[in-house]
Ligand binder design. Sequence first.
Ligand SMILES: CC(C)(COP(=O)(O)OP(=O)(O)OC[C@H]1O[C@@H](n2cnc3c(N)ncnc32)[C@H](O)[C@@H]1OP(=O)(O)O)[C@@H](O)C(=O)NCCC(=O)NCCS
Length: 212
Amino acid sequence: MGEVVVIRKMRPEDRRRIREICCQTGFGGESIEPIFDDPELFADLWSSYYTDFEPESAFVAEHIGEVVGYLLGCLDTRRYNRILFGRLAPRLLGRILTGRYHIGEKTRAYFRSLIAQLLRGEVVNPPLKEYPAHLHINIAAGCRRMGIGSLLMESYLAYLREKGVRGVHLGTSSLHTSALPFYEKLGFQLFGKKPTLFLGKKIDSIAYVKRL
Ligand SMILES: CC(C)(COP(=O)(O)OP(=O)(O)OC[C@H]1O[C@@H](n2cnc3c(N)ncnc32)[C@H](O)[C@@H]1OP(=O)(O)O)[C@@H](O)C(=O)NCCC(=O)NCCS
């Protein structure tokens, strides 16, 4: 790899950079700018559980001293669901209703699409009994294909094994062209694939699993 890469647990001061990478990579590995109005809302939706409620399962990769990627983990998806519905969603809804976020047409279309996918049952959900843990991984655009994602994943899988977790799952889609071969290379198995419509585009919703 040539230059130094350090994999370590998240620290509180990494939160801002994690949220930035989340927004720079949140649309199939690209910036969310064309599809979402307010980066704060996007980061709250997709990263705040992990940074604020389970930071001990969050890993970052530093490349030459700068955080360039993360793996946000969760040991127990049932706990995630309880916190998501019991605490995070009400908090986000409160902020939305009191005008704390900029919600324009892009964001409305995004939510319409996401909710329609859920209502049509087009998201693949592996059984939590066998695969209780889950993860999100993203590497900044200039630092991909340097082995950083693999290092983050190795650290997370070792952590899960140490905690006695029996399996892990993740959700993705055919939009994430770099991620699919990556998960397969790392020994994840395709659990299911469902055709779906996202922002007017026909894609596949995909889930991978791995026993530990
Ligand atoms: C997917 C991602 C996390 C992989 O991390 P990475 O650091 O780039 O991956 P690595 O360098 O460790 O790659 C390991 C192996 O995965 C496979 N792989 C990774 N990226 C690939 C690509 N773009 N095309 C084909 N295979 C790829 C290769 O087999 C690679 O091994 P090799 O380079 O020796 O051939 C990263 O590319 C990324 O953040 N992509 C955009 C965001 C995203 O889609 N995140 C996942 C959301 S579900």
